[in-house]
Design a protein. Structure first.
Length: 284
């Protein structure tokens, strides 16, 4: 029993003795193992890379990126400004505004002779010339029986049309000119303007009946004027022919106009002369 008691006391003493925990045990360092692992990796790399025979490894250089050299853009050569015509242009516009078309035309023609003038400047000045020229034609006083003056106005108009075409300038259309000329009793000019429109295809006498009636009235007005001249004179005979042409065109295109026929009947002429030459009576 004494021995059993001694064993029991020893067991209790052992159980009551404080046990060591993991916190009381200092951690084991892993540095030596890590160092050994690192050295092994380095040794393996050296072994694989180092060439056989003791020669040093040749490392290929890394190519540098190629940078594109920008292409130089050529600098545009400035267009010469040309002479300064601002004062001439201002004067031309002022003269046109005052209705002094002849002086405006002369000023523009003078500016065209300035040395070194550019094409655009030439076109602008030509535009002033044809504009002022047309206004001058339409505002010029005239005598109803002055056939020479009538022809001069017609020739001037046709030359302005050609000059505008050559310079690439837009002029009033022939029908616009014809309507204004007929309204101001410039019958020769109205006649030529309508015929110009017919030639260019801007007028169809069959479908453009308002213009056809305008043409009939224009010929009637021309005949009425010229038949006031001395009977038997060339101008009087031309007036009779204009009346005949007006009446024939009215009948052909059924415009319902009969003024020319009535006026011709009043002339007392028994026999009709040939009609005045006109493209609307071709073939007659």
């Amino acid at each position: 029993m004494a021995l059993d008691d001694e064993r029991k006391d020893a067991w209790i003493a052992t159980a009551q003795r404080p046990q060591k925990t993991t916190q009381d045990t200092p951690p084991q360092s892993s540095t030596p193992l890590f160092a050994l692992g690192t050295l092994g990796v380095v040794a393996l790399v050296v072994f694989l890379v180092w060439p056989r025979g003791g020669e040093a490894a040749v490392v290929s250089p890394t190519p540098l990126p190629v940078t594109a050299i920008p292409t130089a853009v050529p600098t545009a050569v400035p267009t010469p400004a040309g002479p300064d015509l601002a004062s001439q242009v201002a004067l031309i516009e002022a003269l046109i505004g005052k209705g002094d078309y002849q002086t405006a035309i002369a000023t523009a023609e003078g500016a065209l002779a300035v040395p070194g003038i550019r094409e655009e400047q030439r076109r602008v000045l030509t535009g002033y010339i044809v504009t002022a020229g047309l206004k001058d034609i339409e505002s010029t006083p005239f005598e109803p029986l002055d056939r020479t003056q009538h022809q001069h106005l017609v020739d001037t108009y046709l030359s302005l049309v050609e000059r505008a075409k050559g310079a690439g300038i837009t002029l009033d259309t022939p029908l616009e000119v014809a309507r204004r000329a007929q309204a101001s009793s410039q019958f020769p000019l109205a006649k030529v303007a309508i015929e110009t429109a017919l030639e260019s295809g801007a007028f169809n006498p069959t479908t453009d009946r308002d213009v056809t009636r305008l043409y009939v009235s224009t010929l009637y007005g021309l005949g009425k004027w010229y038949t006031t001249a001395q009977k038997g004179s060339p101008l009087y005979e031309e007036g009779l022919r204009a009346l005949v042409a007006s009446d024939m065109i009215a009948d052909r295109y059924k415009t319902g106009q009969s003024e020319a026929e009535a006026l011709f009947a009043q002339s007392g002429v028994s026999e009709r002369p040939a009609p005045l030459s006109t493209p609307l009576l071709k073939g007659d």
